[in-house]
Design a protein. Structure first.
Length: 320
């Protein structure tokens, strides 16, 4: 989130000084995918062969540097930027509109969360917690959040979700026990290919397998945790080439549906902005630290190591 400092001659709607939110997607607004609402798969903004969709500072998603900087050049600004009310109100909440809040909501949408549903979210990181928050916004009756990190599970309670600790046993068994043996109606994967067991060993299929067993037959699963076409550091040869073996037979037998992929931020960010203003959505509940840009490397290291208390850090470039 930022204020517009300088606009080029092709920008006619956004004015200098406007308070705006910048989606992490970079979209043209006029290609087939953008017109259909899939701005995360723009056909024009990424010159990388075979890859649709562009983003700031994301591998294979174009030549664009990261967005955590003092200044950011925004292509197709009239289309991409989301206007925000003037002033400083809702600053922390609006910051979440660039990525993690819409991504969490996208997970709930892909899973098909609807009123009265019981939902299980795997991963109590920022996206997972906001997927839980989004599930309630979409009418869920109960939401469970699975993780093995205590301070993250404690945060789940701020969003009225029920924490499920991996240390207490198979999470799929815990969910079935809590739902009378039926399983959750919807499941959201917010972990990704770097899922690992309590010993630290990586198992990219682990969360998908558990979700398939935790969600009832004919239920829906939304995958917003990142998976990649190649992972040279993977433990087995198949995973190195993006081939991840999971319980597809059980998935098919249970008649489940699965949606996945990068979030098209512009599909959701305007409505989520208005829910924040109305007091219905408070994504900033997960913020643990506010630091200067110069402190970012240390903050990232602590976040990556799951250091106590580092759950979501807001960076302030103006104080760098």
């Amino acid at each position: 989130m930022c204020s517009s400092d300088l606009t080029g001659p092709g920008v006619t709607w956004i004015k200098r000084g406007d308070r705006v939110s910048v989606p992490f997607n970079i979209a043209c607004g006029s290609c087939r995918n953008c017109v259909a609402g899939w701005t995360s798969y723009c056909l024009r903004t990424n010159p990388t062969e075979g890859v649709d969709g562009a983003a700031y500072g994301y591998a294979q998603m174009g030549p664009y540097q990261g967005g955590q900087a003092e200044y950011l050049r925004v292509p197709f600004a009239d289309f991409n930027l989301l206007p925000l009310p003037a002033g400083a109100e809702y600053e922390r909440d609006f910051t979440m509109l660039s990525d993690i809040f819409p991504t969490g909501y996208h997970g709930a949408a892909l899973a098909g969360v609807s009123p009265g549903d019981t939902v299980v979210v795997y991963g109590a990181g920022p996206v997972g917690l906001l997927a839980a928050h989004s599930s309630y916004l979409r009418g869920a009756a109960r939401v469970f959040v699975v993780d093995m990190n205590k301070d993250r599970l404690d945060l789940a309670g701020r969003f009225d979700a029920t924490p499920v600790n991996l240390a207490d046993g198979d999470p799929a068994d815990q969910i079935r026990d809590a739902t009378g043996g039926l399983g959750a109606d919807r499941g959201i994967e917010a972990v990704g290919y770097q899922a690992h067991d309590p010993t630290g060993d990586e198992h990219p299929e682990m969360v998908l397998d558990s979700l398939i067993n935790a969600v009832r037959s004919t239920g829906g699963i939304g995958v917003v945790g990142v998976y990649v076409p190649s992972d040279p550091g993977a433990r087995d040869e198949s995973a190195k080439h993006g081939r991840i073996g999971f319980e597809y037979g059980t998935f098919f037998q249970k008649g489940q549906a699965m949606g996945s992929g990068q979030c098209p931020v512009k599909r959701y960010n305007e409505q989520l902005r208005d829910l924040i203003i109305a007091g219905r959505a408070t994504p900033s509940l997960l913020v643990s630290h506010e630091l200067s840009l110069t402190e970012a490397p240390s903050a990232y290291d602590k976040f990556d190591k799951r250091a106590d208390g580092f759950t979501k850090v807001l960076l302030h470039p103006a104080t760098a």
